[in-house]
Every structure is written in C-alpha cells, then in structure tokens.
Design a protein around this ligand. Structure first.
Ligand SMILES: Cc1ncc(C[n+]2csc(CCOP(=O)(O)OP(=O)(O)O)c2C)c(N)n1
Ligand SMILES: CC(=O)[C@@H](O)[C@H](O)COP(=O)(O)O
Ligand SMILES: [Mg+2]
Length: 586
C-alpha cells in the first residue's frame, strides 16, 4: 500500500507515472475489498470505477471543478483519493464514513441523496448558476450509471442540458447493469454504441457531443477522453465502458448482481457471512405460492429484482415479472394499466423509493380504483444506508391517498396472510410494508376484532398499547413489564392501519390513554391517524405517538436508531407509565 499511503488528496496523483497509476489501482482494490469485507457496502460498483475515478481526479481539479455522483454508492474511490482512507474502518457506521457523498465529510462532496437519476438535474442547475453568475473556471462533471439513465428524471435533465448548450461533462459509467443487466431500448442502444461506435446515437441526436466508447479501465485512454470533453466547453457525454466488480473475481463473477450491495463477507472467498431468514425471504416464498394459485398476479420491479425478493418469482414466471428499470413512476402508472388489463400487479420497491411515484399512486392508481398491491421493503429505519434510505416517508404520504389500504405485518405469518388479503382487493390500491433484516418469531393473538389482533390483556383498561408491525413484539414485552408495575395494558396489533379500523377506535375509547408505537415517520403516521379518528368520534382520549421524528437521521445500525429514537420495549414502558399518569381518570 506504499503508493496509496502517499495519496492524501487528488493533487498527489499528478506526479504518478502510468505504471504507478496501475499499481495504485491495484492497491485501491485491495483496500476496498478489505474495508467492505468488514463493513459491507457497495463493493461491485466501486471496484468498477477505480480507473475512472483516478482519471477524473487527474483531469479535473476537485473541489474547484464539481464532481456529481449519481446515487453516490460508487463514491468510495473518490473518498479514498480525497483524504478519507482512515475513515473506512467506520464505513456505514454511526459516527463513521457515510456510504454516500457527505458534505460534512469533505468539500469534494456535493450530492448526498442516494436516490438515482438526479445528478444530471443537479448538473444542469449548477451550470445555469455558473452562467447567471458568470463563473467560467469551474467544470461541471456528473458521473451517471447506465442503470440511472433508465430513470425518467435523467432524460428530463438531458433534454435541458442538451437544449441549453452549457458546458456539462456527463461521464456515462456503462457497465451494462443496475443490479441485473440494464433493461429496455436504452440498454440495447448503449450496447450498440459500445459495439459499433457511430455518431453518438441518441446523445448526438439530442444535440450533445459524444466521446467514446472508451475503456473505463484504461487510465490513459480515460484521461485523453476527459481532457477532450473538458476542452469542448459544451454538453458532452463521455461513454465509459466498465465492468462491475472488476479486479476481484468473486465480485466480477457474482451471478446475482456482481456484489452490488453486499453484507460483511469472507475476503478470501467473497462469500457473505450467514444471514438469518429475512422479511424479504418470507415475501419471496409467499409470492411463489400466490403465483401458483393466481394466474392474474404479476410483479413489477424497478431494477431491484433481487433485493426486493422477486428473483425466484421471475425465474418461475418470466412472463409475469417485469423489470422496468430504475423507473418507479413508470412502474406505478404501468401497474394501473396492468390492472385495467385484468391483472393484479404487485409492485415491489423499497419504501424510500415510493416517494418517487407518489403522484402515480394517487392519480393513476387510487383515483381509478385500481387493484394494485405495493410491497414496500426496507420500510422504517434502515440505518446503515444513511438518511435518504430510511423508509420513513411512505405512511406519511400514503395517509393522503383516498381509498388506499395499508397493512403492516408484525411477523412472517401475518406477512403471508396480509399479502394474500391485499391481493384480494380489486377496487383499490393496497400496501404491505415491512423492514430490512431478520424477521422475528411469530406472535400469536389471543383475540381478533375486525382486522385488529389483541396480543395481550392486562387486569385493567388503563392503556391501549398499539404495536404497529415489527414493533408489536416490543409492545408485548412492554405490556408484560407494565403489568408488574400494576398498570393495566391491552396490547393490540391493528394489522391494517389505514383506513383506521373502527374496532381500534372503540378499543381506544374504552381505555384511559392510548400509546401507539410505529417504525415510521410521526407526521401523518398511525398514531396521528388514530388520534384524528378519536377526535372525529367526539372523544378526547389522549394519544402518545411514538415514531420516527421528521428529521434526516445520521447513519447508524437499525437497532441503534430504534433505541436512540425511543422505539424499544423499555422506552414504550416509560411512555405508557407517563400516559397513565396524564390519562383520563379511571
Ligand atoms: C430512485 C431509486 N431507485 C432505486 C435505487 C436503488 N439502486 C441503487 S444503485 C442502483 C443501480 C444503479 O445502476 P447504475 O446507475 O448503472 O450504477 P452502477 O451500480 O452500475 O454503477 C439501484 C437500482 C435508487 N438508489 N434510487
Ligand atoms: C444504493 C442503493 O440504493 C441500493 O443499493 C441500496 O443501498 C441497497 O440497500 P440494501 O443493502 O438494504 O439492499
Ligand atoms: Mg450500471
């Protein structure tokens, strides 16, 4: 690592010879494999941009020149070269290095948002600002993947960039994949451009210059291409061809996704450490069963077949599973079309990415009473993927959607049951949401009233404790503790939280106080909806709403964030104790 130790900032690259750069690339790969094997992270994407990033930092002078990473999951090499090697011992950890660009870490970082297809819009905006402010000596460079180009926002931006003619360098990192091989006509076009360079294809047709295709692993060739692009002073696409996972055989040959996002692994074999059954694996298994029984059920993914658990369904029913690219808006609106065509689409996305298609859920699906089921994985606090990945916005948004129904399973058995209940609904959108990680043991109910499961009852009706989804377990634990303190708690799981079940309101009115614990944003969350329903019933039973505060939460493990935010059994006990003290007289 002799060379890598010499690199404290991008300008330390300037004096290196060709052979030294190649040796440095090797050292960087060793460094990445070692760091990510301990912490987990986006190994494949970063192994694929080692030479590209070296060339970028030799041709452009960051931070005076502005580098904009789309998604930002491929910024590890950029961080290694901008003085943050030491931080990798805490990659994706609380108080450590973010897995995405982070302004608080470095002036070299700009976009912190890990949602794809946005960087080109940033580039257009910055280029416009430079024109208005007559800034002429700062290049605007965006690095965008072929997958990110399948997102609609990217084409909104390209339309503006190409139309305006301002100097923007678009470094297209084309490794032919998102997680899976990139889909659609664009993928075919890029393949054609890679294999038979012509006049720059769609980019030239839009009015941009096109440089390439260039071998993204050939530093010298990349530097020539980037210098050429820089000299043109107008919109230009540099089409770089790279290999995801390059230089580490287990990643480069990983059949699923080239180790796009991998947990801690054995660095000698590339095999991830053992993982427990996840919520996702339960969804995968039940979807296969549903697919066997219901020929009208089809699935849609936005370039995340594996991570959302749909890969086995796609394998078994290839004609009934659609990968639309990183295009959540299209996925939701196409689902409305699929429903109109007599099918029942299951749209599987991460909760945080549902934000992208809120209008389509509202106006294309719900307005038309379309029987579409949205399955939201990574709902609630995800933690190590940083503030833009927490699934904390979905319920706050979805509470606005007329007719939409939301299920939040508490365990595997309920996930299976509620997925089936959801696909039975043919005249309205349904949502089933569950968190990242291992699914706990099943929690039996002692009674059911409408959709509401009673999980335990105390000696008196002091507190109605509503445990939403994965927090039902903590609520049951809290109920038992409170019983020992002489506080009578009824622990319930509403199962379907929207519309608010009438049975839940009735139960609330029969208690002195209500506490709701939910792994979702507090604004417009389950507690807020229940409080509103109680008011609408003319009652004033106080409701304590435990949830995720509406702030951007720094990187930390999910369990750590739940504890920090008071979403544990201990914190629920305290909340209930206080609620009884303040509650209505018995
Ligand atoms: C709106 C949105 N949807 C889904 C994702 C999940 N995601 C992160 S990276 C990625 C694939 C990106 O592919 P590409 O742009 O080609 O970059 P590469 O990983 O190949 O370097 C996806 C689907 C996301 N970050 N944002
Ligand atoms: C960058 C991105 O959006 C995805 O790769 C995401 O980081 C994956 O998250 P999981 O690791 O929870 O599947
Ligand atoms: Mg790609």
């Amino acid at each position: 690592m002799a060379l890598l130790k010499r690199i404290q900032g991008p300008r330390d690259l300037d004096g290196l010879s060709g052979p030294e750069l190649i040796a440095l690339a090797g050292e960087i790969r060793t460094f990445l494999v070692d760091a990510v094997s301990r912490s987990g992270g986006h190994l494949g994407p970063n192994l694929g941009v080692v030479e590209l990033t070296l060339a970028l930092h030799r041709v452009f002078d960051s931070p005076r020149d502005i580098l904009l990473w789309d998604v930002g999951h491929q910024c590890y090499v950029h961080k290694v070269l901008t003085g943050r090697q030491g931080g990798f011992t805490g990659l994706r950890a609380a108080g450590g290095l973010s897995g995405y660009p982070s302004r608080s870490e470095s002036e070299h970082d700009v976009i912190e948002n890990s949602h794809a297809s946005a960087a080109l819009s940033w580039a257009d905006g910055i280029a416009r600002a430079h024109e208005v402010r007559q800034v002429e000596d700062r290049a605007v460079v965006t690095i965008v993947g072929d997958g990110a180009l399948t997102g609609g926002m990217a084409w909104e931006a390209l339309n503006n960039i190409a139309g305006a003619g301002r100097p923007v360098v678009v470094v297209l990192n084309d490794n032919g994949r998102a997680y899976d091989p990139t889909v659609g006509g664009l993928a075919r076009h890029l393949t054609a451009l890679r294999e038979k360079p012509c006049d720059g294809g769609v980019f030239a047709a839009l009015g941009m210059d096109y440089v390439g295709p260039v071998d993204g692993h050939d530093i010298a060739a990349m530097e020539v291409a980037l210098r050429d692009a820089r000299s043109r002073g107008r919109p230009v696409v540099v089409h770089c061809v790279t290999r995801k996972g390059a230089g580490y055989l287990p990643s480069e040959t990983d059949p699923a996704d080239r180790h796009h996002a991998i947990g801690p692994f054995d660095r000698h074999t590339g095999v991830p450490m053992t993982t427990q059954p996840s919520w996702t694996s339960v969804f995968t298994d039940e979807m296969i069963k549903v697919g066997n029984e219901r020929e009208d059920v089809v699935a849609i993914t936005a370039a995340m077949l594996g991570p959302t658990g749909l890969a086995p369904f796609a394998e078994q029913y290839p004609s009934r599973c659609f990968d639309v690219g990183i295009a959540e808006q299209h996925a939701a609106a196409a689902a409305a079309g699929l429903a109109y065509g007599g099918l029942h689409p299951v749209v599987a996305v991460y909760a945080t990415f549902l934000n992208r298609c809120f209008d389509q859920v509202l106006m294309d699906v719900a307005l038309h009473g379309a029987g579409v089921t949205f399955v939201l994985d990574r709902a609630g606090l995800t933690g190590d993927d940083g503030p833009s990945h927490n699934g904390m916005w979905d319920l706050s948004l979805l509470q606005l959607v007329p007719g939409l129904r939301v299920a939040v399973p508490r365990d595997a058995a309920q996930l299976r049951a509620q997925l089936r209940e959801a696909i039975e609904v043919r005249d309205a959108p349904t949502v089933v949401r569950f968190p990242k990680g291992a699914v706990g043991t099943d929690i039996e109910a002692i009674e059911r009233h409408g959709p509401v499961d009673v999980l335990s009852r105390g000696s008196r009706a002091d507190v109605l404790l509503v445990g939403i989804g994965p927090l039902a377990g903590a609520a049951v634990q809290a109920g038992a503790c409170l019983a020992e303190l002489g506080i009578g708690v009824t622990v319930v799981d509403p199962r379907w939280i929207q519309p608010v079940p009438a049975a839940l309101v009735s139960m609330a009115l029969a208690h002195r106080a209500v506490v709701v614990a939910a792994d979702s944003g507090r604004a417009g969350g389950p507690g807020s909806l229940l409080a509103q329903a109680i008011r609408d019933a003319g009652a004033s039973t106080p409701v304590t709403e435990l949830g995720i505060p509406q702030v951007f939460h720094e990187t930390a493990k999910r369990a750590r964030l739940l504890a920090d935010l008071g979403l544990t059994a201990e914190a629920i006990v305290e909340a209930c104790r206080v609620a009884v003290e303040k509650g209505q007289p018995s």
